[in-house]
Ligand binder design. Structure first.
Ligand code: IPM
Ligand code: MN
Length: 353
């Protein structure tokens, strides 16, 4: 079997974690006799600097042709003042939109080895295994916007079609798990959320009658996620709520640095990226945590290449590495232990693999 994968290292710590992710991908590919064609392309600030825009046509073309795409991170203070349409983040948003990647899966699992790194008490974290399904190509991130000297606006729009398709993806996933869905919205205030709740209620009642369905307002959900995290199984929500809630959820896993994600369309290629950003404060120092990136490779193997066994092997190598006590600085600070560099942590994962 062969597969073509486009690597988009991006900005900040993106390139550092991408190197480790690629080493893992190449190692597992050699093991299972997968012929890999890896190609690197520009996105974000790195693309702005060399081509003038955050998503060059050539990058988009390569991504369209690929079997899967891995992305490090985009953004940084050096591009904060450029025109909004030229910001690094816009490159990522345009990529998601152009490839129709409306379903973003963000699994959050507390490994017992990392429970001490979470600000929550360990007993609250026992059994935490959540998947957050975030709508990724609609809502306020893609609505009409504008500003004048003294005013600004962003609009949030959703169609029944957009809500139905994300609820269905979530429903299908939930059926393979604990058969429980929590749909999050702000239906007590927002019109889009009222449409969301109505549509979600209908889709689950008509098409997934076996699912237990719960609806929560986003403000309450942020609290419940901390007070009863183990009770959640699958949570589904709009673009912005999902962006916010997944950063919060990362604290259940110990560090933002350990969470992977998959952005999928119905057909075609997916983008796999750690959910941490470019972390300009630590970029270039070789101390970033590559776990989120490496676990995104596992999601790439599972979802884009249909190689579930290989994905399991990568996930278990990361778990064993953490269980052996290896820690990057973000996690070591808590236990006070010695910390490994990004590449030394990568070595440790490869050794387990
Ligand atoms: C994320 C990031 C992006 C988002 C940014 C970089 C555009 O925060 O993937 O969570 O807001 O979706
Ligand atoms: Mn985010």
């Amino acid at each position: 079997m062969s597969a073509s994968v486009v690597i988009l290292p991006g900005d900040g710590i993106g390139p550092e974690v991408s190197v480790q992710a690629c080493r893992v991908l190449e190692t597992i590919a050699a093991r299972i006799d997968l012929k890999l064609k890896l190609e690197e392309a520009l996105i974000g600030g790195a693309a702005i600097d060399s081509t003038g825009g955050p998503l060059p046509a050539e990058t988009l073309e390569m991504c369209r042709e690929a079997d899967a795409i891995f992305l490090g991170a985009v953004g940084g203070p050096q591009w904060a003042d450029v025109d909004v349409d030229l910001r690094p983040e816009q490159g990522l948003l345009d990529l998601r939109r152009s490839l129709g990647l409306f379903a973003n899966l963000r699994p959050v699992k507390t490994l017992p080895a990392l429970a001490a790194a979470s600000p929550l008490r360990a007993e609250r974290l026992a059994g935490v295994d959540i998947i957050i399904v975030r709508e990724l190509t609609g809502g306020i991130y893609f609505g009409k916007r504008g500003r004048s000297e003294t005013e600004a606006f962003d609009t949030c729009e959703y169609s029944v079609y957009e809500i139905e398709r994300i609820c269905r993806i979530a429903g299908r996933l939930a059926m393979q798990r604990r058969k429980k869905v929590t749909s999050v919205d702000k239906a007590n205030v927002l019109e889009t959320s009222r449409l969301w709740r109505e549509t979600a209620t209908r889709v689950y009642k008509d098409e997934f009658p076996e699912l237990e369905v719960e609806h929560l307002y986003i403000d309450a959900a942020t609290m419940h996620l901390l007070s009863r995290p183990a009770e959640f199984d699958l949570m589904v929500m709009d673009n912005m709520f999902g962006d916010i809630l997944t950063d919060e959820a990362s604290m259940l896993a110990g560090s933002l640095g350990v969470l992977p994600s998959a952005s999928l369309s119905v057909t075609g290629t997916g983008v796999f990226e750690p959910i941490h950003g470019s972390a300009p404060d630590i970029a270039g120092r070789g101390i970033a945590n590559p776990c989120g990136a490496i676990l995104s490779i596992a999601m790439l193997l599972r979802h884009a290449l249909n190689l579930g066994d290989a994905a399991d092997q990568v996930e278990s190598a990361v778990r064993k590495t953490l269980e052996s006590g290896a820690r990057t600085a973000d996690l070591a600070a808590v236990g006070g232990g010695e910390s490994l560099s990004t590449s030394a942590f990568g070595d440790a994962v490869l050794a387990q693999l």
